[in-house]
Design a protein around this ligand. Structure first.
Ligand code: SF4
Length: 489
């Protein structure tokens, strides 16, 4: 346990995140623990000064105080106190995290903010690199993403995106932290589908009332293809009738053991242009270890079947730093990816969330996040990037999560013209997302996208089924708030 002795405890969570950049998944206390990081803040002569000390080392930062808008002042205060702690930690540990001092913010958002303030793209890339100590290759990655997003980042006024969650999987992967359940005997599927159909119908009225038009639809999970074909078709048919005119439909057909010809034909015939067939790895040993009940050959078969039926926009997800995987294992997965040539590839760095079975397993074995971190995650992510770039894929969206191996990132790469609009809109928060199903979180944008309100659905499947009307009421309250005219997206 690390102790923070600070006279600015209101930044406790942000400061804890900075400590975790260097020490992994540690506990941080304001009352007790070792080592002690001591902090003092002073405001004098029109300047803010933050001084940090630990283990005989010291770091200080000072800048002109900001008056006026209290929100902006708090943002800048937070930035400075974090940066000063970050400088001390760099000095103490000799480490330099790839994303520098950035925690809890989308790196692309900082890039776009700099561009909105008048900087050209290259200038904005340099600014993010120097202001937050981001490594040059990560800063360059941001520039590449912005180039890929040019012209497709923004939705048109009056559009929204749709997410439908199907929270069932055949078995639960050890690293999973989603609100999905094993399908078990399947007894919850029919009532769940019924509740979802009701939510779709009620939200149709909501969107009509708001005068909004669907841009992109995305069915995720869980594994949507884990439920019977007829059920999935009813959901899609209802959603497409309620929200017509989408330019893009994606369905995650994640686990290859849930894909068959009947389901693929149904998806194709319903106009689903983009599917995801996710190997995660092509190593059968790793697949067994992480609790996925399929082999690498199953993934290849499902992928080839989809291709033979005419799907020309297939995504594959892979994960770097899976337990027990070496860089050679990961390289073999990249070999297969290159050979299959899916239209997009999402490269994840393993995140071990506290709600996952893997987190528990590592805790029992006395191993922590640092164990995974050492296993070549950065090397794997770098190999994926250079091989995908050489193969003609380009990065088009990026996100980071807490507890990620090596403080790295997840990046979606796509061939030209195959970037997924839903992924960009959702990650860049440039479009409101109506999210249906257990655990789905609607995000509504206001004030030219500067303000975001969230309406979460309950995670528990049975609760969701019981309380679906209340979930729609939550959305209504957020979308219309006190004045329906405020819902500008
Ligand atoms: S397929 Fe995805 S949602 Fe299902 S258990 Fe695995 S990680 Fe979780």
């Amino acid at each position: 346990m690390i102790r923070l002795m600070t006279d600015s405890p209101e930044f406790y969570h942000d400061l804890s995140d900075v400590l975790r950049l260097f020490y992994g998944d540690v506990s941080v206390s304001l009352e007790s623990g070792e080592p002690v990081f001591e902090h003092h803040f002073t405001e004098a002569d029109g300047r803010w000064t933050d001084v940090w000390a630990c283990g005989g080392r010291r770091a200080a930062l000072s800048r002109p105080a900001v008056a006026g808008d209290p929100l902006e002042a708090k943002r800048l205060r937070k930035r400075q106190i974090k940066l000063a702690l970050y400088d001390l930690l760099k000095d103490l540990t000799g480490m330099r995290p790839p994303w520098g001092s950035l925690t809890g913010i989308r790196p692309t958002r900082l890039l776009y903010e700099a561009m909105e303030a008048g900087m050209a793209l290259d200038e904005a890339v340099e600014h993010v690199q120097s202001a937050f100590d981001v490594s040059p290759d990560r800063a360059a990655l941001l520039g590449e993403i912005a180039r890929m997003q040019a012209g497709i980042r923004e939705a048109a006024p009056g559009q929204f995106d749709l997410y439908i969650g199907i929270p069932f999987c055949r078995t639960r992967c050890s690293y999973c932290s989603f609100s999905s359940g094993e399908i078990g005997d399947g007894r919850l599927v029919a009532p769940y589908v019924g509740a979802l159909l009701r939510e779709i119908e009620l939200c149709r009225a909501l969107m009509d009332e708001a005068g909004l038009q669907l841009r992109a639809g995305y069915v995720g999970g869980g594994t949507p293809t884990a439920i019977p074909c007829g059920d999935l078709e009813r959901i899609l048919a209802a959603a497409q009738a309620a929200f017509p005119g989408a330019v893009e439909w994606t369905v995650e057909a994640g686990r290859p053991d849930t894909i068959d010809e009947e389901k693929l034909r149904m998806l194709r015939d319903r106009g689903v242009g983009r599917i995801s067939v996710n190997p995660q790895t092509f190593s059968d040993e790793t697949l067994r270890r992480i609790g996925r009940a399929h082999t690498g050959a199953d993934t290849i078969r499902a992928y080839e079947l989809a291709r033979s039926l005419g799907f020309d926009d297939i995504n594959m997800d892979i994960i770097a730093a899976l337990p027990g995987e070496t860089t050679a294992d990961f390289s073999r997965t990249l070999d297969v990816i290159e050979r299959l040539a899916p239209d997009s590839v999402t490269v994840h760095a393993l995140a071990i969330k506290r709600s996952s079975r893997l987190h528990e397993q590592l805790a029992v074995a006395g191993e922590g996040y640092g164990q995974i971190e050492r296993e070549g995650a950065a090397e794997m992510i770098a190999a994926a990037r250079s091989r995908l770039m050489a193969g003609g894929w380009r990065p088009y969206y990026l996100y980071r999560q807490k507890y990620m191996a090596g403080n790295l990132e997840n990046v979606g790469y796509a061939k030209p013209g195959k970037a997924c609009l839903y992924n960009i809109g959702n990650m860049e928060e440039t479009v409101s997302v109506l999210a249906l199903g257990a655990g789905a979180i609607s995000k509504w944008l206001f004030d030219r996208n500067l303000r975001i309100e969230r309406a979460p659905n309950v995670r528990n499947i049975e609760e969701y089924i019981r309380r679906v009307d209340e979930m729609v009421a939550r959305k209504r309250a957020v979308i219309f708030g006190s004045n329906p005219l405020e819902a500008d997206r």
